[in-house]
Design a protein around this ligand. Structure first.
Ligand SMILES: [Zn+2]
Ligand SMILES: [Zn+2]
Length: 330
């Protein structure tokens, strides 16, 4: 037997591994090594007091966990309910505070799932402004947003949440090309624990003077293709769509991005490709976007182009004629 055929058994399962791997992992196969490391990290976290904001669990300070599962004690975040105390009712949910570090947390009320969210220090002032007032858009902003068309969220458990990629001019006259107008019940704070350079920058939608199409935004056609991909692949949570530019450059877009800005190709130049293949680009093929948060309201669902266009248009018309735009109530 030559040396290259020598293998070592994993000390936890029946897999075998190369001696070079065994030396690095302490005789564990890679899957056992990662599982074991996760278990040790969970144990270390459980032994430290405090919330995810003060026990070293998050680097970018975006963090959430399932509150129900944590309270039932069946979950890796089960120590957190002990350190989080409700303070008061705020817009659409409850504000909590960490008894160790004083960090603010937000627990959405029904119909949102009970995902307890950490309010990162940089977002506290904005979160408080969001809690205190109703955040609505003017009729002309809503009409422009509907013409562009909203994309529903990537995951179905946030049904009351639509996003419109656009160019925004603020009341102060700033022009933002990578802007997202978001109607949601959730507060303006980052949701995913993404790398800090990818975290969206949040503002409030009542700062908007006007909305127009952005040349970096993916067309309605490309964004619909992501939705079609999701319907076709229920058990795959990674969406991808093949696109081609006007000059014939091909890309495979992953995730469900709203914008594209690479190789001098703006999002508006891309259309769905009939045959697959092309350069795979990361889920965020553009710089960080600015998300303008607006309150969820009855008409927001009608901005969403994924609904049947005829029914969608008729309900939009009925809603417009009903004069609900001025009230804009959730
Ligand atoms: Zn193993
Ligand atoms: Zn804390």
């Amino acid at each position: 037997m030559t040396a290259k055929h020598v293998t070592v058994p994993c000390r936890l399962c029946t897999n075998t591994l190369l001696p070079s791997t065994a030396r690095k992992t302490g005789n564990l196969c890679l899957s056992c090594f990662h599982r074991e490391r996760g278990r040790l990290e969970d144990e270390a976290r459980e032994s430290r007091p405090g919330c995810a904001g003060c026990d070293g669990s998050t680097e970018s300070s975006a963090f959430w966990f399932d509150w129900q599962l944590a309270k039932q004690g069946k979950y890796r975040f089960r120590k957190y309910p002990k350190y989080l105390r409700p303070v008061r009712r705020v817009k659409g949910g409850d504000r909590y505070v960490c008894t160790e570090c004083g960090a603010p947390w937000y627990l959405p009320g029904a119909p949102q799932p009970q995902h307890m969210m950490l309010i990162p220090p940089a977002c506290v002032a904005q979160f408080e402004a969001w809690c205190e007032r109703e955040i609505t858009c003017t009729t002309s902003v809503l009409e422009a947003a509907r013409a562009i068309g909203a994309t529903p969220p990537s995951y179905d458990d946030h049904a009351d949440d639509v996003r419109i990629p656009c160019k925004v001019t603020t009341r102060k006259g700033e022009q933002i090309e990578l802007a997202v107008l978001r109607f949601s019940r959730l507060p303006p704070i980052p949701w995913m624990d993404e790398r800090p350079q990818h975290l969206p920058h949040f503002r409030l939608a009542d700062e908007i003077a006007s909305v127009e199409p952005s040349r970096f935004a993916l067309s309605r056609q490309v964004r619909s293709a992501f939705i079609a991909d999701r319907r076709g692949a229920i058990d795959r949570d990674w969406l991808s769509v093949d696109v081609v530019s006007r000059t014939g450059r091909r890309y495979r877009l992953n995730g469900s991005p709203l914008f594209f800005d690479r190789d001098g190709v703006p999002g508006e130049a891309l259309r769905p490709a009939f045959r697959s293949g092309g350069l795979a680009v990361p889920a965020k093929p553009h710089g960080p976007e600015t998300v303008f948060a607006a309150d969820w309201f009855g008409g927001a669902k009608l901005l969403n182009f994924s609904r049947d266009p005829v029914t969608g248009f008729l309900s939009w018309l009925r809603w417009r004629l009903g004069g609900n735009l001025s009230g804009n109530k959730p």
